[in-house]
Ligand binder design. Structure first.
Ligand code: F6P
Length: 371
């Protein structure tokens, strides 16, 4: 029987995280699966696009490094990928629609040149924002959500988040023994940009005493009161988790570096040290800060990210087979489903203070079912 031949390009964009390789593996395995191809009467070829959107801006490589950015993915090649962190395809924060350097036409030309019938873009709001613009220009694209920040709308899960929460929990377990030995306060800064999910769920998982998130501006005096209260009740040490985007009332976010990237994002960082200094001055308790930084994005994917990468990868190929483009696969109310890309990138998914945060204790909620 004559089979129709189609090409799928797959790329990972934005910050790396755990679970990306699993998603690429399962896009590849599902597309190349003999039985599915027979049932769908389509023979797919899968091409990996290296370094995010840069791979479609400069597929032939850079002037100083001519390594091609388009490669064939086979089942044998991706067989073990789900066990590894980061992204084997590489990534970048290249924005083809950067208003200062719009290269979207080059991307469209290269999609034609490499005969990419379909594109699977794995990323957060920036990468999927580009995917949406390409879809509007006629590209048959589907998205897979990933970001340790878990700030994408339209999905309850984004790849990389659980592994990052595991890292936070493990590192805080380590800090507890040294904090307790010295009777110190430790301020642990997490990533997350403008969303507090990593700090909140990492703090809840590790049993942090105070959790400070961007969605609720904190009073430093109140933090101190809580600390003094804790010591009075006999605590030997305290762990404070602070999201990089958190800020005290009357202050703005602290930035680590001047300038913005090609998507207009500032590089946040420094609030942990700021809070630690303030606490030690006001309480006179020995206080240290630590920034978990890129450790949260590294390491082997936890079981959940391997599994979700698998489900998301399979669902992306389902969307392609159904010719349902311009959508992002999503996890919603316990089910794998899909939403229009536009819904995912419209606005950030932030912590709902009313239902998920205790503004008195600066911590996670203490009643879940309600009274
Ligand atoms: O979006 C993921 C993230 O890790 C954020 O939590 C963090 O603010 C940012 O990326 C860091 O970006 P970069 O990798 O460009 O330093």
């Amino acid at each position: 029987m004559e089979m129709e031949k189609k090409r799928i390009g797959v790329l990972t964009g934005g910050g790396d995280c755990a679970g990306l390789n699993s998603a690429v593996k399962w896009v590849t395995k599902t597309a190349l699966d003999d039985r599915l191809q027979g049932a769908r009467k389509i023979q797919y070829e899968v091409l990996g696009i290296r370094d995010g959107w840069k791979g479609l801006v400069k597929p032939e490589g850079d002037e100083d490094d001519r390594a091609p950015r388009i490669c064939t993915l086979t089942e044998e090649l991706v067989r073990t990928w789900d066990r590894y962190g980061g992204t084997n395809l590489g990534t970048s924060r290249t924005n083809p629609y950067d208003p200062k350097n719009n290269r979207s036409n080059i991307v469209l030309e290269n999609i034609e040149r490499y005969h990419l019938d379909f594109l699977v873009a794995i990323g957060g709001e920036d990468t999927l924002g580009v995917a949406y613009k390409l879809f509007v220009e006629g590209v048959k694209v589907v998205g897979i959500p990933k970001t340790i920040d878990k700030d994408l709308s339209g999905t309850d899960y984004t790849l990389g988040f659980e592994t990052a929460v595991n890292v936070i929990t493990e590192e805080i377990d380590r800090l507890r023994t040294t904090a307790g030995s010295h009777r110190r306060i430790f301020v642990v800064e997490t990533m997350g940009r403008h969303a507090g999910w990593l700090a909140l769920e990492g703090g809840e998982s590790s049993g942090a005493y105070v959790i400070l998130i961007p969605e609720y501006n904190f009073e430093i005096e109140k933090v101190n009161e809580l600390l003094v209260e804790g010591r009075r009740k006999g605590a030997r040490y305290e762990i404070i988790v602070v999201a990089e985007g958190a800020k005290p009332v009357g202050y703005s976010e602290i930035v680590r570096e001047e300038g913005v990237d090609s998507f207009g994002h500032e590089t946040l960082g420094g609030i942990g040290e700021f809070v630690a200094k303030w606490i030690s001055q006001l309480t006179r308790i020995d206080t240290r800060s630590i920034t978990l930084s890129y450790l949260q994005r590294g390491g082997v994917p936890c079981a959940y990210d391997r599994r979700m990468g698998r489900y998301f990868g399979i669902a992306a190929v389902d969307l392609i087979a159904r010719e349902d483009f311009g959508r992002m696969v999503s996890y919603r109310n316990g089910r794998i489903t899909s939403v229009p890309l536009q819904e995912a990138i419209g606005q950030l998914n932030l912590v709902d203070i009313r239902t998920q945060y205790d503004t008195e204790r600066y911590n996670g909620r203490r009643t879940i079912l309600g009274n």
